[in-house]
Structures are given as C-alpha cells and as structure tokens.
Design a protein around this ligand. Structure first.
Ligand code: SF4
Ligand code: SF4
Ligand code: SF4
Length: 294
C-alpha cells in the first residue's frame, strides 16, 4: 500500500492538541475564567484557565429558573456562550474537537492501545443530542442542579481528582456522588481503549452543538471520487470510525483532517467558497464531497 501523503501541517495535530491542553490548563491565565474556550475542559480544575461552555450553559439555565432578571449577567451569559460556540463552529465546524479539545486528545492517545477496532451502532451518534437537551437544559432547569456536570467524566478527571489532591480539606466532602462520577470516568476510559472516540461520538453535548454546523461551516472537506482507488486507508484511520468518503463534514466527523493524508491525495479541505471547476467533468466542482449517508 502507498504511504500516507498530505501537507506537513497535517502531521502537527498531536502537537496542536498538546499546546491547546496546556493553554486550557496552565493556570497562569486563571483570571480568564469569564471567557469560554470552545472545548470540554473542566473549569473546577485548579489549573483551568477558561470557563467550560457546557458548565456555563447549565448555570445560566438554572439562573433563568431562579428568575435573576434580564439585566443580570447570568441572564446574558447564554447569549455570550452560544454566540462563541456558533461563531467558532460556523467558521471551523468541529475542528475544535479534532484539533483543540483536551478530552478528545486523551481519547486519541488511549485509542493507540487498541488492537481491535470496535464500531458502535449508527443510532448512538444521536444520543449526544438527547444529552444536550436533557442533561444540559431540561433537567437542570427543573431540578436547579447542573446534572451534566455532576456526571461528567471530564470533570471527574480534572476537578474530581486534582481538587482533593491539592486541597486536603475537601476530602471530607467525598461521598457517594464522587464515587459514582469516578466510576463513570473509569468506564469511559476503558471505552476509550476499545472504541474510537466513544465520548465524542455518543455522549458529548458540546460536540453535539458543533455537529449542527459541521456541514455548513466555512471550512469544508472535499472528496474527489474520480481519483479514489477504494484502498480503504482513510476508513481504517479515521479517529471517529466513520467512512470519510461518505461522511466527511457530517455530524459525526470531528474535522481532524486525518483522511486528508489519503495516499492518493483524493481528499483535501478548503474554504467553502473556493470550489474549483473540474476540467474533466463540466459543471462539476473539483473535489466535491459525495452525498453523505447520514
Ligand atoms: S465531542 Fe469530544 S472533542 Fe468535541 S468537545 Fe466533546 S469531548 Fe471534546
Ligand atoms: S479516499 Fe479513496 S484512495 Fe483515499 S484513502 Fe480513502 S479509499 Fe483510499
Ligand atoms: S472523516 Fe476525515 S476529518 Fe472527519 S473524522 Fe474522519 S478522518 Fe477526521
């Protein structure tokens, strides 16, 4: 089989993920917790620099229930958080998942331990939307409690472990909910070894928000069916366990651009407005993505 190709910058994804995790958790900018970084990164972690968008949305939902008033910051916060998420995802689709999110990076790293690649049923790609509506909005609104945060394995890893480690006085407060959350974390870590990006594909409400914009974002992946030899290299190497020939830019695609390393240079990405006409097929754009089957 031919070797993977593609531009050099495609091979820097691991470094970008590392520096993004450092930026999100280096503590030296902790006064920036009023700002959202568009990734899943627990803001209860002592080292976290920015607010978690999902945490912020939940607390705004709870504040709305308590009726703090339109002028209060909490009432304005959802617009600011949603605006940030919409702006980033309209520009870059799910590239925050593929290139910036520390929890996505952890899944990529643990996935390297995997020998056999398991796939989840297609319908599991839709459970994230139920988590978003149910655990981020509906349940917090009616219970007044941030239920996604209470169960989030990312929070269990960062806030749940590092807080009691650094502040011994907090250990007395460890109770059943803490153990439940750590159990969810353990199950998630095991799943990360067995399945490609399980948390992103099945659970993450932030990924669900980004997914809504992926197909119409300003940065788009193109697939040129005429050059494809169906060697299946891209299918075997897609971190999201989808078929890039049919599902790139779809709601499960994390826009990591790994498929752009196609040995036959069949896949590339570019701004959505740049569609070069194909010389061999009049009326067709070069590198058009084939219809998605999602
Ligand atoms: S879907 Fe995955 S990569 Fe994207 S924000 Fe959620 S945890 Fe991070
Ligand atoms: S796009 Fe076609 S040629 Fe390229 S890696 Fe995928 S199957 Fe192989
Ligand atoms: S289809 Fe391509 S860009 Fe999308 S997740 Fe798979 S490898 Fe990454």
């Amino acid at each position: 089989m031919k070797q993977p190709a593609g531009s050099r910058w495609l091979y820097c994804r691991g470094y970008v993920q590392f520096f993004s995790a450092l930026l999100a958790n280096s503590y030296f900018l902790s006064q920036l917790k009023g700002f959202c970084y568009p990734v899943l990164n627990c803001w209860a972690c002592p080292a976290a620099n920015f607010a978690c968008p999902i945490g912020a949305l939940q607390y705004a939902t709870i504040a709305a229930r308590r009726g703090l008033g339109v002028a209060s910051l909490a009432a304005v916060l959802p617009l600011y958080v949603l605006g940030t998420l919409v702006l980033f995802s309209a520009l870059f689709g799910r590239m925050m998942c593929g290139w910036l999110c520390p929890f996505g990076w952890l899944q990529d790293l643990l996935g390297r331990l995997r020998r056999k690649k398991h796939k989840t049923p297609r319908w599991t790609g839709y459970t994230r939307y139920a988590v978003l509506v149910g655990l981020v909005f509906v349940v917090p609104y009616y219970t007044g409690s941030p239920w996604f945060t209470k169960l989030c394995p990312q929070g269990a890893l960062q806030g749940g472990i590092f807080q009691p480690l650094l502040y011994p006085e907090l250990r007395a407060g460890i109770h059943g909910m803490w153990y439940l959350k750590q159990g969810i974390l353990l199950a998630t870590l095991v799943a990360m070894i067995l399945i490609r990006r399980p948390f992103c594909g099945i659970v993450c409400p932030l990924g669900a928000i980004f997914s809504l914009f992926n197909r119409h974002s300003a940065w788009q992946i193109r697939y040129d069916a005429d050059r494809c030899t169906n060697c299946m290299w891209c299918v075997a190497n897609c971190p999201a366990a989808i078929d890039p020939r049919k599902e790139a830019n779809g709601h499960s695609c994390i826009s990591c651009l790994e498929c752009q390393k196609c040995p036959y240079e069949t896949i590339h990405s570019e701004p959505s407005w740049r569609r070069q006409p194909c010389s061999e097929h009049p009326g067709k754009a070069m590198g058009d993505v084939s219809p998605t089957i999602e």
